[in-house]
Design a protein around this ligand. Structure first.
Ligand SMILES: *Cc1c(COP(=O)(O)O)cnc(C)c1O
Length: 381
């Protein structure tokens, strides 16, 4: 444990950008903007409210939304819960059928299971072998009582990108609302809700150089969502609780930086991905899981033939990487995402997600390549 590891797990969480951390620190102490943004009786409260509304605008700007369509949550998990449960409960007289997929994040999968137990009906779509949901698959699942479709923009394990525009159009033509988990998509691909057929979209700050513990749900004007958390009626009644000013300014700043620096980040990360894959060129029994051509550049999920997954991870202890998704790392079951796209069980157990980010260097990539080459040689012969 003495050795500093090379961090290649940006899809699990990113470090906070120092520019974000610095701004957050100025919203905590007596000298800073620390007051309750809901306090209407003094200047300190107004300043905090201004800071919160600035953050709201910055998040809205990244996705082409109106700031009034942004609801603060504790993260994408809560945003997903609010979108599914809040929407279905508010619209239960219109129908009780939800359509989602088997390779969604657990925040969707487990929420949908809880809704099944509550009496809602769920259809679980299976992805194509490339890790994407096709329009035909969605079309075939829609029923007269379908009220909501929820599909992710970018898969957190594979990096594969769904065709949100096409899927949303199919859902909406059918009269169903469309929710998108965009936790892995924000700042990676263009998202413009002013043109996309999307009713709700979930975001997290900590996947994009912001702090953990803050996220948002985009709720298009006119969409009815029932609150899950009751209290002071904050966030237009959809989510009560004192707004965490420092978290919100952090998320806002992180999203503003993403808007300004997306091209630069993408260029940097694409070059690193190419360097990484070129470094592994010629190694036998290495497979890219998911459709490499239709993926975000920051995630590379590799499966290794003829290798024991546990031993491989042990051999790679200098690298901070993920097997399956970080959320399942307590169990040794192979990733359900890999199994559902048809990766054989043995290879799924010997698959590793490498994910890169703004602060990854060429040296990090070179270390990863040489560690991998050494490990594979040692374990295979
Ligand atoms: C990380 C992640 C979440 C959960 O976000 P939190 O902010 O950690 O609750 C949900 N969906 C996807 C796709 C994610 O990658």
């Amino acid at each position: 444990m003495s050795q500093q590891s090379v961090y290649l797990d940006y899809a699990a969480t990113t470090p906070v950008d120092p520019r974000v951390a610095e701004l957050m620190a100025r919203h905590l102490t007596l000298e800073g903007t620390f007051a309750n943004p809901a306090s209407r009786s003094h200047m300190s409260g107004w300043l905090a409210e201004q800071a919160v509304e600035m953050g709201r605008r910055q998040v809205a700007d990244l996705i082409g939304a109106d700031p009034r369509e942004i609801v603060w949550t504790s993260g994408a998990t809560e945003a997903d819960n609010l979108a599914l449960t809040g929407y279905l409960r508010a619209n239960r007289e219109r129908g009780r059928h939800l359509v989602t997929s088997t390779i969604e994040h657990k925040a969707i999968v487990d929420t949908a299971k809880a809704l099944e137990a509550e009496g809602f009906d769920v259809t679980w779509l299976t992805p194509d072998p490339d890790g994407r949901i096709s329009g035909e698959t969605l079309q075939a699942a829609l029923r007269s009582d379908t009220v909501l479709v929820s599909l992710m923009a970018v898969n957190n394990e594979l990096g594969t990108i769904n065709d949100i525009a096409t899927l949303g159009a199919i859902a909406q033509q059918h009269g169903a609302a469309f929710h998108v988990d965009a936790a892995q998509a924000a700042g990676k691909i263009a998202l413009d809700v002013s043109t996309l057929p999307v009713d709700m979209m979930s975001f997290s700050a900590h996947k994009l150089y912001g702090p953990k513990g803050i996220g948002a749900l985009f709720v298009r004007r006119g969409t009815r969502v029932e609150a899950l958390i009751h209290g002071g009626g904050h966030e237009r009644g959809m989510r009560s609780g004192t707004l965490p000013t420092h978290q919100i300014v952090g998320m806002g700043q992180a999203f503003a930086l993403a808007l300004d620096e997306r091209e630069q980040d993408t260029g940097h990360i694409t070059a690193l991905r190419e360097r990484f894959l070129a470094g592994l060129d010629g190694l036998p029994g290495v497979h890219i899981n998911g459709a490499a051509a239709k993926s975000v550049p920051n995630i590379v999920n590799l499966g290794f033939d003829g290798i024991d997954g546990e031993s491989l991870l042990m051999a790679l202890r200098k690298l901070a990487v993920s097997t399956g998704s970080a959320c399942n790392s307590a169990s040794v079951d192979p990733s359900y995402v890999l199994l559902d796209i048809g990766v054989p069980r043995e290879r799924a157990l010997a698959s590793i997600r490498f994910s890169f980010g703004r602060f990854t260097t060429e040296d990090d990539i070179d270390t990863a390549v040489s560690e991998l080459r050494q490990a594979l040689t040692a374990l295979r012969y």
